[in-house]
Every structure is written in structure tokens, then in C-alpha cells.
Write a protein that binds this ligand. Structure first.
Ligand SMILES: Nc1nc2c(ncn2[C@@H]2O[C@H](COP(=O)(O)OP(=O)(O)OP(=O)(O)O)[C@@H](O)[C@H]2O)c(=O)[nH]1
Ligand SMILES: [Mg+2]
Length: 195
């Protein structure tokens, strides 16, 4: 079941009632998942950030995001109404391998996923891509364009990730609300077309 339907009348009085869809925001460590959920959420996002520690330094590769001081240890949660009667619940995943055990739980009932990618560390999004491909969960690749990172055409990113031809690849700034909204609209449309 990819969506939760409420019997309550929608705020618009739509005969179909309000619909809430679950969306995952995934990708490698430090790629901007928490940033994106925070940028688009209309409620104050729930965060589970813990400080990066000296102990974790050998395994937490902050190259490219040296200013990063915290990491997600369980999930991010936010909500956005794409239009009246259509709410998206956003679940940001933890980026580090040691929290993989949470992913199956988080993915339950998800309509689809945004997979954030950083072209300086493209391989970091392979595990997310594999995870969603194996489970048949539709996903969109969102290349988070960090300053200083070389810009690649979406087609080049598609080739590098060996994606199926239909998978949308979009460029974005994870800090930009409009970019995030556009990504979510594309994902919902893509997932709806796949069903
Ligand atoms: N310049 C720039 N910095 C960004 C962008 N997106 C995120 N950042 C910064 O990059 C760092 C990583 O952001 P997070 O949102 O914490 O990344 P995350 O994917 O949630 O990280 P984990 O949960 O630890 O895997 C933060 O310091 C952000 O301020 C971006 O588009 N451009
Ligand atoms: Mg995070």
C-alpha cells in the first residue's frame, strides 16, 4: 500500500477526501537530505541530529562538506501540501552505512524516493539506488549542485549511475524550497505514471 487515505473530508471539500503520501529522501552521507527536508517542509521539521565525534572521524568522510558538524542518526520528518488535499510526508534517511538497519522500516508504504547525489562523490548514492531498484520503489535522482563541484549534464549522471532510461535526473540546490518542491512534483508524477 503506497498511500494512506483518510476518510475525513479534505479542507477543500474534495469528494475524494484528503490524500497523504509517504516520500523518502535518501542518498549518501552529507549530501543534503536534512537540508532539503528542512527547506521544503511547511511544519517545523523533526530532526535527529547528533554531533559528529572524533571517534567517527575515520569513517565519516566529510570531504566536500567540511563545515558539517552533525549527522542524522534516525530520520528527518517534514510535511508539505503540494496542493489542497494532497499532503506529502517526507522521511529523510540517515546517510551513514551503520544505520542501514533502519531503512526497511522507513521504506514501508513509501510511494517513492528522492535520491540526492553529489557529483564529487557519486558512488555514495549507489546503495540508495540499489535499495530502491531491488524493491521496485520509484525514485528520482536529484543532483545537489554544491558550489565548487563540477556541473555535469543529467544525461552524464544517468550514464554514470547506469540508470534505466525513464528515471528522471534533475539538478537542484537542496537549500532552495522551489527546487525541492519541483523535485517532489516530478517524483509524484513519475510514481503515478509507473503504477
Ligand atoms: N553549498 C551547499 N551546501 C549545502 C547544500 N546542501 C547542504 N549543504 C550543506 O552540506 C552539509 C550537509 O548537509 P545535511 O543536510 O546535513 O546532509 P545529510 O545528507 O542530511 O547528512 P547525513 O544525515 O549526515 O547523511 C551541511 O553543512 C549543509 O549546510 C548545497 O546545496 N550547497
Ligand atoms: Mg541528515
Amino acid at each position: 500500500m503506497a498511500s494512506a487515505h483518510s476518510d475525513a473530508p479534505s479542507p477543500t471539500g474534495s469528494p475524494w477526501g484528503a490524500v497523504a503520501l509517504k516520500i523518502l529522501v535518501a542518498g549518501g552521507f552529507g549530501v543534503g537530505k536534512t537540508t532539503l527536508v528542512g527547506a521544503v517542509s511547511q511544519i517545523r521539521p523533526l530532526r535527529t541530529e547528533e554531533r559528529l565525534s572524533e571517534l567517527g572521524r575515520p569513517v565519516d568522510d566529510t570531504a566536500g562538506v567540511e563545515a558539517k558538524r552533525t549527522t542524522t542518526v534516525a530520520m528527518d520528518f517534514g510535511r508539505i501540501d503540494l496542493r489542497p488535499g494532497l499532503a506529502l510526508y517526507l522521511f529523510g534517511t540517515p546517510g551513514q552505512d551503520r544505520f542501514w538497519f533502519l531503512w526497511d522500516e522507513l521504506a514501508q508504504g513509501a510511494l517513492g524516493a528522492l535520491v540526492l547525489a553529489d557529483t564529487r562523490r557519486l558512488a555514495d548514492c549507489f546503495p540508495s539506488v540499489d535499495f530502491f531498484e531491488q524493491r521496485g520503489i520509484p525514485f528520482v535522482i536529484a543532483v545537489n549542485c554544491f558550489e565548487g563541484a563540477e556541473t555535469y549534464a543529467p544525461e552524464d549522471v544517468r550514464d554514470a549511475l547506469d540508470l534505466d532510461p525513464g528515471v528522471p535526473v534533475l539538478l537542484c540546490d537542496a537549500r532552495n524550497r522551489e527546487d525541492g518542491k519541483e523535485l517532489l512534483i516530478r517524483l509524484v508524477e513519475y510514481a503515478a505514471a509507473r503504477r
